[in-house]
Design a protein around this ligand. Sequence first.
Ligand code: FES
Ligand code: FE
Length: 429
Amino acid sequence: GSGAAKPRNIDVSPLIDSDGGLIDRSIYTDREIYAQEMRRIFARSWLFLAHETQFKKPGDFFTTFMGEDPVIVSMDKEKKIRVYLNSCRHRGVRLCRADAGATKMFTCTYHGWSFDLAGALQSVPNETAYPDTFKKENWSLIEVPRVETYKGLIFGNWDKNADSLEDNLGDMKYYMDAMLDRDPEGTEVVGGVMKWELEGNWKLAAEQFATDWYHVNMSHASALMVLSPTGKGPKADIAATPGRQHGSENGHGAGFPTHPKSRFDAKMVHDYYDYDFLRERLGDDAVEGPMTTGHATVFPNFSYLPVNGSIRVWHPKGPDKIEVWAWILVDKSMPQDVKDAQRLYNLRTFGPSGIFEADDGENWSEIQAISGGFVTNSVPLNFQMGIGSEREDGTYPGQTSELYSDAAGRAFYRHWAKVMNTPAWHETN
Ligand code: FES
Ligand code: FE
């Protein structure tokens, strides 16, 4: 039992008018709302942890966060991925300080308690000094009860009764497959994990990747100019781009052009693919839709860009700070030079100093920087684009709207509000 004082829960429904497309700005700044997100969103949602190819043999581990809770993701002796709270059971020091590595035992640097790959407390220095009532088996690492994977992506959930990962993803699986399932061998990550900090609330990034094609032409005008073969930029093309946007009832979102020119910009990658094979494998609609230069978010804070092979987590670090962790995904069957081309293209566009990435971070920090003002904070934000355009179009699964739309943003916040207003597993008996 925790001795923590019972937290006050805020009813967020007055802050989110998802049908009318109005969002109260305080959801990005309020400290109590942020604390409630830790309890009711991050302690009960499926959170992306790592990619399967980061673990090859027993003892391989990777440390990350679920919300602000630090966790160790590791492969046990039976080659099962297990996830533990990265905090020593004795006095709570961070148990494993390495970003990644291989070990037989996690030994605490403070007093030397050692935990094995199954999370069991194996050795305690000066154990005889403890009373007989002290039993090592009562002091195992705290384990994340649910760990499930979808096509190489490992997710964890603190709620042991949560719906399965696949049920939670639902229709989103179809959109994810356009990145995860092009290759029968699957995907792998290359080049380590890139990490950088941004000023801004985590939802600004998550929501943009779910719903915001609208900013591309304006925010990325100069980057598009650089990439344009004519030097004039494909502005007109982009502004007129047809496409679809999917918003799910579980808060996930994906947008993508349905435009023949919007495909793998890295020539080597483009030339590598056999489009007839892909059409056969994934269907024409996937090849002409979600496989283009789309964007997507799996609620709450995992996003990806299928063309760049960028997968990332927006780690919340307080209401106004994000730590971005980004991996580069490639198809396992790609020859090495194509993998390299994909990695370099990723770095040029959406790496920490990529020409697109910098534009996005700038916008979010500019929203956040002025959100503390009282009057500023009392004026709602507009998410009304495409209201009423959501429908089942018979082509793409679930509800979709036009590409230029806030539909997935409204779906994201509708789900956010629902989860924020529903007691979590740790609040009920
Ligand atoms: Fe880990 Fe004391 S805090 S052994
Ligand atoms: Fe962008």
